[in-house]
Ligand binder design. Structure first.
Ligand code: XMP
Length: 514
């Protein structure tokens, strides 16, 4: 099946992934490629239904400013330029770009002229709406054949159009939520200008991916390190559907999973056609971590031990043909390469097991975003506990116990974290808060229980909302929910007499405490 395809040319802007996600949300398949890594001939071969230029940090007049071959505008393929992309379109086609007298940043009132195909195609598009701006240059003279279709107080060309040639440009960022009707403008470009129908669904993708995996793997053996996280779990499900028990999943349980989680992962795969190997390695990890309190040493120690355990188990299986990795699209885009396989290191250690003998790495999820990966998991019938699992760091609770880890502290944290998660789910907040967990601090303080004075640990609760985990806000959990959590935790979990809620954003704090 020929999939509709849109090409996103990346000029280095900060929202490029977001543009791709928005396009995919319109059920149109797209790929992001660095602007200088695709030639006109390659674009011809790819035959995209449309091209989007992203923003970028440069000025078109700057030294080494990214540029495009002008032939791109003569191919009959619709183009939408965003921010730098809009300036580049204007400049390349004979218009002019100048420095703004007043730079525009943030929410900006924008006036639209709706008599063009792009904006006309947006249902209920108003003549005035808020857009998100971030620019110091602006289009000061339109190229021939274009007209301005949006203006702001300080920007005479907040958007421009050449309907005949299907060339459009917006100075604002339609991909950002703050731009009202932004996603609709992108959708109008895709559907009304490029003629996309929107055939990209996870049902289609599953069929295509299963067929491709079968062709590639043949009767070969596949090995996967399953962490129980969304990516590796969905990958296990996909591979199982494709090649059944030619797949072996090794699940190294380091003992720092949340309460019952190791069993949940095992249970979720019980009825799947795969070889599932669970390695209970808690004692080995605890031995290695004795006396270790520095966060980075914890990470490194856990990472190294993980590889060692994985290697030992893999050796028992003997030669495998393919090592499967749960790399997803943001990893690919972030590597900047747009093509070469990036080695996704488990638990933050650079590199793959040295002694596992395999021919090739396969990464069947490498073109999917996280939300698509979850949808694929749902499509494949994977357990909702795995599909909707919140992100969990490779080293697990080991970096949520401040200082040295002991069996006792691990149990305290598992119990407290369990209560927190249970209450959040009861309050119906589990899909709104992107990551939430308990941290066992190393601080003890005085309390009173009954007639007795206590001197016990302080537990911190953390909940964040975020789009990309690079920045985050603390979740506004209702006081009543926090109150229940606090009461239950001090009553039901031994050795905790104080509960605090972390109200810092990232930056300056990080999401995790270690
Ligand atoms: P921070 O704490 O850096 O976390 O704001 C950002 C995201 O990364 C996760 N995280 C990790 N994931 N190994 C992982 O696999 C790690 O060592 C690690 N440290 C942080 C964190 O849970 C959050 O989602």
């Amino acid at each position: 099946m020929q999939q509709e395809f849109v090409l996103i040319l990346d000029f280095g802007g900060q929202y490029n992934q977001l543009i791709a996600r928005r396009v995919r949300e319109c059920n149109v398949y797209c790929e992001v490629k660095p602007y200088n890594k695709v030639t006109i001939e390659e674009i011809e071969k790819l035959s995209p239904k449309g091209i989007i230029f992203t923003g970028g940090p440069q000025s078109v007049y700057g030294e080494d400013a990214p540029s495009v071959d002008k032939k791109i505008f003569e191919m009959g393929i619709p183009v939408l330029g965003i921010c730098y992309g809009s300036q580049l379109m204007a400049y390349s086609l004979g218009g002019e770009v100048a420095t703004c007298k007043v730079s525009e940043y943030g929410k900006t009132e924008t006036n639209y002229d709706l008599s063009n195909k792009l904006l006309n195609g947006v249902e209920n598009m108003p003549e005035k709406a808020i857009t998100w701006m971030s620019h110091t240059d602006y289009i000061s003279k339109l190229p021939n054949g274009f007209k301005a279709i949006a203006t702001t107080e300080n920007c005479p060309v907040a958007a421009m159009a050449n309907d005949e040639k299907k060339l459009y440009a917006v100075q604002f960022h339609p991909e950002v939520n703050h731009t009202e009707y932004g996603v609709n403008i992108i959708e109008s470009f895709l559907k009304n200008i490029c003629g996309c129908k929107g055939d990209w669904t996870m049902q289609n993708y599953a069929q295509i991916a299963i067929k491709e995996i079968r062709e590639k793997v043949g009767d070969g053996k596949v090995l996967l390190a399953l962490s129980g996280g969304v990516d590796s779990s969905v990958l296990a499900a996909l591979l199982s559907k494709a090649v059944g028990n030619q797949l072996t999943c090794i699940f190294v349980d380091h003992g720092f999973m949340r309460k019952n989680e190791g069993d949940e992962v095992e249970e979720a795969f019980k009825d799947w056609d795969i070889n599932f190997v669970r390695v209970d390695a808690k004692d080995r990890f605890m031995d290695k971590l004795r006396g270790v309190s520095d966060p980075e040493t914890k990470r490194k120690t856990i990472g190294e031990e993980f590889i060692r355990v994985f290697e030992e188990e893999a050796k028992k299986i003997g030669k495998v043909d393919f090592l499967a990795q749960g790399t997803i699209y943001p990893d690919v885009i972030e590597s900047g390469s747009g093509d070469a396989a990036v080695i996704k290191s488990h638990h933050n250690v650079g590199g793959l097991p040295d002694y596992v003998d395999f021919k090739e790495i396969i990464e069947p999820l490498r073109m999917l975003f996280k939300d698509e990966t979850r949808k694929l998991g749902q499509e494949l019938g994977l357990s909702p506990t795995l599909v909707w699992r919140q992100p969990f760091p490779g080293p697990g609770l080991a970096i949520r116990i401040i200082g040295e880890i002991t069996d006792e502290k691990l149990e305290i944290l598992q119990d407290a974290d369990w209560i927190f998660r249970e209450e959040i789910a009861k309050a119906g907040l589990d899909r709104d808060i992107h990551q939430y967990f308990a941290v066992l601090t190393s601080m003890r303080s005085v309390g009173v229980m009954g007639d007795f004075r206590t001197y016990d640990y302080t537990l911190a609760l953390r909940g964040v909302t975020t789009t990309d985990f690079m920045t985050a806000d603390f979740a506004r959990i209702p006081y009543e929910v926090l109150e229940t959590c606090s009461a239950r935790i001090v009553n039901e979990v031994k050795n905790i007499n104080r509960v605090v809620y972390d109200i810092t954003t990232k930056p300056p704090a990080t999401i995790e405490w270690e």
